[in-house]
Design a protein around this ligand. Structure first.
Ligand code: FES
Length: 104
């Protein structure tokens, strides 16, 4: 069941950029690429690196610690040393507001 929680104003996330936010007591990174929004846990599954501090290129975020790359659309680990996906969440836009789905 969806469980959308208000995250921030859409205008706070620049196109081609990202922002670290605390939503529902959880740290999530929200990205905007080509006008779409995506949300991931701020946790690299290799060794807990902060994905919010990594470099974003197209739909790929690189962990700043050892360089593992993740797809921001679904959290998939794309390159070593990470092998497991990180948490990813649907983002809904309503007017000027962004909501993150922490449900199913
Ligand atoms: S902690 Fe992210 S690649 Fe090692």
């Amino acid at each position: 069941m969806p469980d959308f929680v208000f995250a921030c104003k859409a205008s706070e996330i620049p196109e081609g950029g990202k922002k670290l936010l605390e939503v529902a007591d959880q740290l999530v990174v929200i990205f905007q690429v080509e006008g779409e929004f995506f949300a991931l846990d701020d946790i690299c599954t290799h060794d807990d690196g902060p994905l919010s501090e990594g470099a974003l290129e197209d739909h790929t975020i690189a962990c700043p610690r050892h360089g593992a790359k993740f797809d921001i659309r679904d959290g998939r680990a794309l390159t070593m040393p990470a092998t497991k996906p990180t948490g990813s969440y649907e983002v809904k836009v309503e007017g000027e507001d962004l909501y993150v789905n922490f449900g199913d």
